[in-house]
Design a protein around this ligand. Structure first.
Ligand code: BGC
Length: 757
């Protein structure tokens, strides 16, 4: 059986609003124009204004309103959207005020950060991308949408489609990793899951492509820092997923906090007007990030909040999240003739369009349904979907001597580590409405599955000592080793150790940049102490970013990357370690050997003096104290079986523009158990006007192959995969020689050549 990944690329989101009226306008346009004609300037500006509720802040809130003032603003048509109002009842109450008490009764649109689940948590997005199975992202996002919609929500601020190459940046957990092609596939899948094919369906919600653009390139991995990127990387690495989403109908975009080559993204006309709304023909709306309009001034690119409003609206930011710049100053700017009302009309049209497509004008209350809220959230079906996604997201990094899967001869297992019985961290950061401490811990999962096996549990050490609820800074435990002896004893009396280490849920995510991504606190020491008494250690990593773990990688015979795996994480881990599920994940992001290698990514360029691999050759592009190669490369992951690639062929050694090349390969399962392999295709454009990466992912298929079986896998390459962008944004297809690789990781060596005429 073959999972063809390409399905998600097909145009997905055809809205049902295209019926044409007698005067040639669509019903949708006619409705919007009629309404717009009845709106006064204040009401128009009100539509561009988004406020948070009082009870859940996702950023600093200097402009937060007290509830009474907020209600008055809604009545006066001065609020078009709210974020962080959650629940059928709360949204119903707020919506009633907008619909029944404001002059035109325009419904509010309620947004929320539904990043990897609403109440049923799925693995964090980075983990899900490790499954290389976008169908799972369709599944998880559609369930998240169903639960969020049942909670009265219309709109999620997801997916984050920022391609990230710097594991110090805590927000890599929210994306699909370091590659534009993989990120595009997962982002399209997520949007399909959230939006379905009919936005007005009561179980779907509007999605949001964020953060436009460049945010993951924040200098030195420090959140909110400046971004200096250059046109070549901007167009080939950062923008492709955004473009794909714009073209496939994602309802909204969010701009970004960062400056990009000096220009605040929120004030960038190039990004928002020229590219997004111009070249890409986007008809949805752009919401600012939290106070990012106000931060234009803090960047030093506006003198005051009024100038911020001017710059943002001129540049094409349609909705103001939390800066109150538009509500305070847009009217004045229009009256002074500085802002053309046409700009405001354009923004209002875009917002009304999405409200229309959500069906809010037909029935503003349809999402706020208390019965559906009771029935549709945190169901058994949703939890089992979460378990399925979690186990397929895990990556087996090492398995010396086939320590995994645990065989039936093993009669005692030590379950150790600060994360072993942690039922909160698997929920991850950005956990929406998840109940704290509601995940299945690894210990519970193992106990539930370990029939007749003696489980010896010991925590070993605590990871952090601060509270869990959105702590700003965790206090890492660097001193308290009082749990070590119990852990060592548990290891001594067991045949095998499962050691859960890594990161707490809140060590990654927004505002969680780190200069040090090695194992924090006493975890390495704990490993060393256990290793002295029992070498049969399976390290189970739980984390929201790649970690630097060279010593673990060297000594531990087995390592399973389990990430922050969501509500059912413990059961999913048990499925994998006991062999009920054969791991099939591959890394969506490179694991560096040390922090100094960052940024490190697979699709690097050759340089004029490529590394020779010989430490004596010091006038080449290499380090004198470490190799260039990572600990684990992008696309890498093991299975309980083995796969061999043979007979890689191209349909022709030369093709012309407009033609399609077929690339085929035989993949054999050479082990004794059935397994799934992620077959990856990379190309190298050998001589182009601009230097191109040595390898670029241009296709992948996840295939299931029976033990002893062979599958012939075919890919198609066309102009879409073979061209690239010049730094000025022009797409070019240049004739010349190409190399194509097919294999099981980015370190694949098998290749064939062809040329483009
Ligand atoms: C984040 C966004 C998020 C917004 C609303 C910001 O701090 O950057 O990604 O959607 O807050 O919570």
């Amino acid at each position: 059986m073959k999972t063809i990944i390409i399905t998600v690329f097909i145009g997905l989101f055809i809205f049902s609003s295209c019926s044409i009226t007698t005067n040639g306008m669509t019903e949708e346009d006619k409705f919007i124009e009629d309404l717009l004609a009845r709106m006064n300037l204040q009401e128009k500006i009100g539509q561009l204004n988004q406020h948070t509720s009082q009870w859940e802040m996702t950023g600093p809130a200097p402009n937060a309103k007290n509830t009474q003032d907020l209600l008055e603003d809604i009545k006066n048509g001065r609020v078009g959207s709210m974020l962080n109002v959650v629940g059928a009842e709360a949204t119903l109450n707020a919506q009633k005020i907008a619909v029944e008490n404001s002059r035109l009764g325009i419904p509010l649109i309620f947004g929320y950060d539904v990043i990897h689940g609403q109440k049923t948590m799925f693995p964090i997005p980075l983990a899900e991308a490790a499954s290389w199975n976008p169908d799972l992202a369709v599944l998880s996002s559609s369930i998240a949408a169903k639960e969020a919609a049942a909670n009265g929500l219309h709109w999620t601020f997801a997916p984050m489609v920022d391609v990230g190459r710097d594991a110090r940046w805590g927000r890599v957990m929210e994306g699909a990793g370091e590659d534009a092609y993989l990120t595009t596939a997962f982002s399209l899948a997520r949007v399909q899951g959230f939006q379905g094919d009919d936005l007005s369906n009561e179980n779907t919600i509007a999605a949001c492509a964020k953060h436009f653009a460049g945010y993951a390139f924040s200098e030195s991995g420090r959140d909110y820092n400046v971004v200096e990127i250059g046109g070549e990387s901007l167009h080939n690495v950062v923008l492709p997923p955004f473009k794909a989403l714009a073209e496939s109908g994602v309802a909204t975009f969010m701009n970004a906090f960062n400056t990009i080559d000096g220009m605040p993204a929120t004030a960038s006309s190039y990004l928002q007007r020229d590219l997004l709304k111009g070249e890409w023909g986007y008809d949805g709306f752009v919401v600012s990030d939290w106070n990012s309009i106000g931060e234009i001034m803090i960047h030093g690119a506006a003198a005051d909040l009024k100038e911020c409003a001017f710059r943002a609206i001129t540049a094409g930011s349609d909705m103001d999240m939390e800066a109150t710049a538009y509500i305070k100053y847009l009217e004045e700017l229009v009256m002074e003739g500085k802002v053309d009302v046409k700009l405001i009309d354009d923004a209002v049209r875009r917002i009304l369009r999405i409200k229309y497509r959500l069906g809010l004008f037909e029935d503003p209350y349809k999402y706020s349904n208390i019965d559906r809220e009771k029935a549709n959230i945190y169901t058994g079906e949703h939890k089992s979907a979460s378990r399925k996604v979690a186990r397929e997201s895990m990556v087996l990094l090492k398995n010396e001597g086939n320590l995994l899967p645990i065989t039936s001869s093993v009669k005692s297992i030590a379950v150790i580590g600060p994360l072993a019985d942690d039922n909160d961290s698997p929920l991850g950061n950005w956990r929406a409405q998840a109940i704290p401490n509601s995940a299945v811990s690894m210990l519970s999962g193992i106990k539930a599955a370990a029939d007749g096996i003696k489980i010896n549990y010991a925590e070993g050490c605590k990871l952090a000592t601060a509270g869990r609820a959105f702590p700003t800074h965790l206090t890492i435990n660097n001193t308290d080793k009082s749990g070590f002896s119990a852990a060592v004893n548990a290891a001594k009396k067991s045949e095998l150790v499962l050691l859960a280490i890594g990161e707490d849920a809140f060590m990654s995510g927004e505002g969680r940049s780190q200069t040090d991504i090695t194992l924090r606190g006493l975890q390495q020491e704990l490993f060393d102490a256990i290793y002295k008494v029992n070498k049969n250690i399976v390290v189970v990593l739980m984390n929201g970013r790649p970690l630097v773990i060279p010593e673990i990688a060297e000594k531990a015979p087995a390592i399973l990357e389990a990430w922050h795996g969501g509500t059912e994480a413990g059961h999913a881990i048990a499925d994998v370690v006991f062999g009920k599920y054969n791991p099939s994940g591959k890394l969506p992001m490179t694991f560096p050997l040390n922090v100094g290698q960052i940024p490190i990514y697979y699709n690097y360029k050759n340089t004029g003096r490529p590394d020779t691999g010989n430490p004596e050759d010091n006038l080449w592009s290499s380090y004198t104290d470490a190799p260039n190669t990572p600990l684990y490369p992008f696309g890498f992951g093991l299975s309980y079986t083995t796969f061999e690639y043979s007979d890689i062929k191209v349909s022709s050694s030369e093709i012309s523009k407009g033609e399609t090349l077929q690339v085929s390969v035989n993949v054999s399962n050479t082990g004794t158990v059935d397994g799934e392999e992620v077959v990856q295709l990379y190309i190298c454009d050998k001589a182009a006007t601009y230097a191109r990466p040595l390898k670029e992912l241009k296709g992948f298929q996840k295939v299931s192959i029976k033990a002893g079986g062979t599958e012939n896998i075919t890919f198609k390459l066309s102009d879409k995969e073979l061209g690239y962008y010049f730094p000025n944004g022009k797409y070019v297809l240049e004739p010349g020689g190409f190399r194509v690789y097919v294999g099981g990781s980015s370190e694949v060596k098998h290749s064939v050549n062809f040329s483009l005429k």
